[in-house]
Design a protein around this ligand. Structure first.
Ligand SMILES: Nc1nc2c(c(=O)[nH]1)N[C@@H](CN(C=O)c1ccc(C(=O)N[C@@H](CCC(=O)O)C(=O)O)cc1)CN2
Length: 300
């Protein structure tokens, strides 16, 4: 079997189009423009690229983008003051603090200082609790993007066996909650899981989110399974020339694609969906803040 490639880049473009349509309607019918504030602390090069991309895509979708770039040595008190100001700004419907933060800042404290209804990352403890109890919440963008691709590919996920490899708060745990919400039988596997290959071999859906380059080989994958690769790892690529690198996922793509029914590539799979879902969450937050109907197909 050769897997169907799930094109996250193309799918993300359709999500952004839907978002732009909702934004246009919000403007025309209600005179409201959704606004997203992104806070970046420090000069991590990858974070700078992601923040730039978020700002650009926010504006392209017709929304207002507010960027707050703070020095790497910004104090916790100063960062909390910026978040507080954004919490109280009626033009800001979504707030995101780019991660990772510099080591001297308490990530949990900062995230939990964001007003839950503006927490478009879905990382606030209130949103974690709401998602875990099946209530309306803001849903973390990467798992939401994975769920959208799975629903698009399969229609219903009900009764499917799903394995999520990785138990991070940002991807693994919310992903498992979303799959459970769609009536999958869910296993969360991690570094201490006994006989990981056997656990993965049972799964109709494999979501790999461990951050270890090409850790999941094709012979762990059940024939016809759907593989969602969340990993984005940069590795040396001497075959491309001295000092060159390339991106790989947590799954060994070639061997997995030979047995899977469908697979997301890296790059161009889950990654682009993360920012598309951030835009979707911002529109959702704006509609909720104004007591308007939520956009269909853009939430979990
Ligand atoms: N506050 C947050 N911080 C971080 C998040 C997040 O969701 N919220 N996620 C990641 C970084 N991230 C967005 O912030 C992100 C990562 C990767 C991509 C992406 O499109 N990747 C491309 C490849 C890019 C490349 O060439 O390097 C792909 O996979 O095709 C988008 C967003 C950590 N921080």
């Amino acid at each position: 079997m050769t897997a169907q490639v799930i094109d996250g880049k193309a799918f993300a473009a359709t999500v952004r189009e839907k978002v732009a349509g909702h934004v246009a309607r919000l403007k025309e019918e209600h005179g409201i423009t959704p606004g997203l504030a992104v806070v970046l602390v420090g000069e991590d090069p990858a974070s700078q690229v992601y923040v730039r991309s978020k700002g650009k895509q926010t504006v392209e979708a017709g929304m207002n983008s507010y960027e707050h770039k703070l020095e790497a040595d910004t104090s916790e008190a100063d960062l909390l003051a910026v978040v507080d100001q954004l919490n109280n700004d009626p033009n800001v419907h979504g707030i995101l603090v780019q991660l990772p933060l510099p080591g001297h800042l308490n990530e949990d404290l900062i995230i939990n200082s964001i007003a839950p209804e503006k927490d478009v990352d879905g990382f606030h403890i209130s949103n974690v609790g709401l998602l875990g109890t099946g209530q309306k919440s803001m849903v973390p963008c990467t798992p939401l993007g994975c769920l959208m691709m799975l629903r698009d590919h399969h229609g219903s996920l009900s009764g499917m066996d799903a394995v999520v490899i990785g138990r991070s708060n940002i991807v693994g745990k919310p992903m498992a909650q979303l799959l459970l919400g769609d009536s999958c039988t869910v296993t969360i596997a991690h570094s201490r899981t006994k006989d990981l290959p056997e656990v993965v071999r049972r799964a109709d859906i494999v979501v790999a989110a461990v951050g270890r380059p090409e850790m999941v080989p094709g012979d762990w994958i059940k024939e016809g399974a759907t593989v969602i690769d969340v990993g984005i790892n940069r590795i040396d690529a001497p075959e491309k020339g001295e000092g060159k690198t390339r991106l790989v996922g947590d799954v060994h793509y070639e061997s997995a694609a030979a047995v899977a029914g469908a697979i997301t590539p890296v790059p161009g799979g889950v990654g682009p969906m993360t920012i598309a879902c951030l835009l979707a969450n911002t529109v959702t937050a704006c509609c909720r803040a104004n007591g308007l109907a939520e956009p269909e197909g853009l939430t979990a």
